[in-house]
Design a binder for this molecule. Structure first.
Ligand SMILES: Nc1ncnc2c1ncn2[C@@H]1O[C@H](COP(=O)(O)OP(=O)(O)OP(=O)(O)O)[C@@H](O)[C@H]1O
Ligand SMILES: [Mg+2]
Length: 311
């Protein structure tokens, strides 16, 4: 099996009044996510991301189509034990301490009793909450609750992590830590499916992504392949300052590097490309040439604008 998630023609209508034409919250979604990938699911508010996650977690039933996780339908009990899940608005019993709450989760997940204590200490340390282990959840901030939510999601060492807006509520430090946690999970062989609005973070940790808009998938695929080549970027070593200075006026973006070198970006243009290739040929090791890519934010807004135009 190559895919951790396979979704075929998945459609969801929520209950609608008979005089209103029903609009699906999710329309005919077909998507495969390879094992080991970190997949980012993007889309504006109301696009259908949480609906998709709820269908994958068997919290709601589809109106049409189907999904499978590691080859099994979402209602399979055994497969549920292999998934770690963080809902979009985690609400935990406020009178329990972090330790007590995670102990209940561990019991529900069937973590053997001799391993429970160690496993709870391990996840609390991963989410940097060890010193709050005995404190009651009711006194936790939004970000602290989010960390406990992440701790319970990784408690069963899942094969698949499904996270709905995991970066919400975290401070910049917390966001960085969560990105590291996700990458660490990936390195340990866990696949990750998550949705987020924070495009710059998504760009840093995803291998692949999909964009959902008004229940329709606009595009999905490998991040590198989706982002357009917008031009060429040159890295010029410090000893070739002179070459850099002759090119500055042609560049769309110029960055002086800490070592005294330059990073110059040029937009796609045949003539400029020819000149740059000539320079690269002449100065070989002094100049590194790489394709410049559109950033995810630009790509996202371009896709949404295209979809709005064709609507
Ligand atoms: N329980 C429900 N009953 C009726 N309509 C619902 C229900 N839950 C969601 N919807 C509708 O389905 C659509 C998709 O909602 P969903 O929560 O999946 O969006 P989302 O992409 O997760 O948005 P956000 O980024 O705000 O979290 C929205 O139009 C929403 O109003
Ligand atoms: Mg949502």
């Amino acid at each position: 099996m190559e895919n951790v998630i396979e979704i075929k023609n998945l459609t969801k209508y929520y209950g609608s009044f008979f005089w209103k034409k029903p609009v699906p919250a999710l329309h005919d979604l077909t998507l495969d996510i390879p094992i080991g990938a970190v997949f980012g699911f993007l889309g504006p508010n109301g696009a259908g991301k949480t609906t998709t996650i709820k269908l994958l977690m068997d919290l709601i039933k589809p109106s049409g189509g189907e999904a499978s996780i590691l080859g099994y339908p979402p209602d399979n009990v055994e497969i549920k034990k292999q998934i770690g899940f963080l809902p979009d608005e985690p609400v935990f019993s406020s009178y329990l301490s972090a330790n007590e709450f995670l102990d209940i989760c561990a019991r529900l997940l069937g973590v053997p009793s001799r391993e429970r204590k160690g496993r709870i200490a391990e996840v609390l340390s991963i989410v940097k909450m060890t010193k709050h282990a005995k404190a009651k959840l009711g006194g936790f901030s939004r970000g602290m609750v989010q960390r406990i939510g992440i701790a319970q999601a990784i408690l069963n060492r899942p094969r698949l992590l499904i996270l709905d807006e995991p970066l919400v509520g975290l401070d910049p430090h917390g966001r960085q830590e969560l990105k590291d946690i996700i990458l660490h999970q990936k390195a340990g062989g866990t696949s990750v499916f998550f949705c987020s609005h924070i495009l710059s973070d998504v760009e840093k940790i995803c291998d692949s992504l999909g964009i959902l808009y008004e229940g329709n998938l606009l595009c999905a695929g490998n991040l590198d392949e989706l982002l357009q080549d917008t031009g060429v970027r040159l890295h010029i070593k410090p000893e070739h300052d002179k070459i850099a200075k002759t090119l500055l006026s042609e560049a769309s973006e110029t960055v002086k590097l800490p070592d005294g070198g330059w990073e110059l970006t040029f937009l796609n243009n045949k003539e400029v490309k020819q000149t740059l290739l000539g320079i690269k040929e002449q100065y070989k090791d002094a100049v590194i040439m790489i394709p410049a890519k559109e950033n995810l934010e630009k790509f996202f807004f371009r896709k949404i604008a295209d979809a709005t135009r064709t609507n």
